[in-house]
Design a protein around this ligand. Structure first.
Ligand code: SIN
Ligand code: NI
Length: 260
């Protein structure tokens, strides 16, 4: 592993720390995007052996997300992107961690026409971690805007800490939990992206994705990273089941270090 030169400016890191998300342009080249799109098409089509499809095409969650977790475990060509050194280095710089580890990847597609929005939620409530440093890279292989499922974020919402798990099919209103604070939907920032560019968001940042109203799928690879040393909190999660004791560091075979 090479020790990379910093990619982000101190201003970008400060923006992320203040707001809990950031848009970073031109992270992947267009050639890489094309290769990733082809690999993900295949990963979404073949029958999986280890990676996990969250729902069947006629299920309620499928309308929110056609999702497959840990595609890299069945599809070697995805590993190049799930472990992409440049994306991992950016995650490390944003997190402030000395070293960053891979937690999991997931293909997150919104299928044409009949899709629903992804309701406002925080991610960390679903992850079995004691510490709050984990973050996601959200990497579209299609240009995204409000018509096909781009994201929006509430700046500063990561500072509220862990609230409640939102049911993504029958969602509670997360803003019911922010009364008395200055965190409201009115402050949300919509982030359209050109392919090759991506967003990073902190595990506690409120985020939402629009429905896909177009006739093509909205294809995204999301990669979840955690600071080296992040520990298991004992919660049930298929990714960590039977692997760790409470308070053990999450590490080992499927959670590789991606940076020095
Ligand atoms: C989405 O892509 O629709 C949601 C992404 C996320 O929840 O992180
Ligand atoms: Ni999320």
């Amino acid at each position: 592993m090479m020790n990379m030169e910093p990619i982000l400016t101190p201003e970008q890191i400060a923006f992320y720390q203040e707001n809990g998300f950031i848009q970073v342009d031109n992270v992947l080249t267009l050639d890489e995007v094309a290769e990733l799109a082809e690999a993900m098409e295949e990963a979404m089509t073949v029958d999986a052996e280890i990676s996990v499809k969250t729902d069947k095409p006629d299920g309620a969650y499928f309308k929110v997300l056609n999702q497959k977790v840990n595609v890299w475990r069945d599809q070697g060509s995805m590993g190049k992107f799930s472990f992409h050194p440049r994306v991992a280095q950016i995650a490390k710089e944003l997190s402030g961690a000395d070293r960053i580890r891979f937690f999991h990847d997931h293909a997150l597609w919104k299928m044409p026409q009949d899709s629903k929005h992804t309701p406002w939620h925080q991610d960390l409530v679903y992850w079995p971690m004691n510490e709050p440093g984990a973050l996601s890279a959200w990497i579209p292989v299609d240009d995204v805007d409000e018509n096909n499922g781009c994201m929006k974020f509430v700046p500063g919402s990561h500072k509220l800490g862990k609230l409640t798990g939102i049911d993504l099919v029958n969602p509670q209103n997360i803003f019911d939990f922010t009364q008395g604070t200055d965190i409201s939907e009115k402050r949300a920032v919509i982030v359209p992206l050109k392919k090759g560019s991506c967003t990073f968001h902190h595990g506690l940042t409120f985020h939402y994705a629009h429905a896909n109203k177009t006739d093509k799928p909205r294809r995204v690879l999301a990669v979840i990273y955690m600071p080296d040393g992040t520990t298991y909190n004992g919660a049930k999660h298929f990714i960590t089941d039977n692997r760790f004791q409470v308070n053990d560091p999450i590490k080992g075979g499927t959670f590789p270090l991606l940076t020095k």
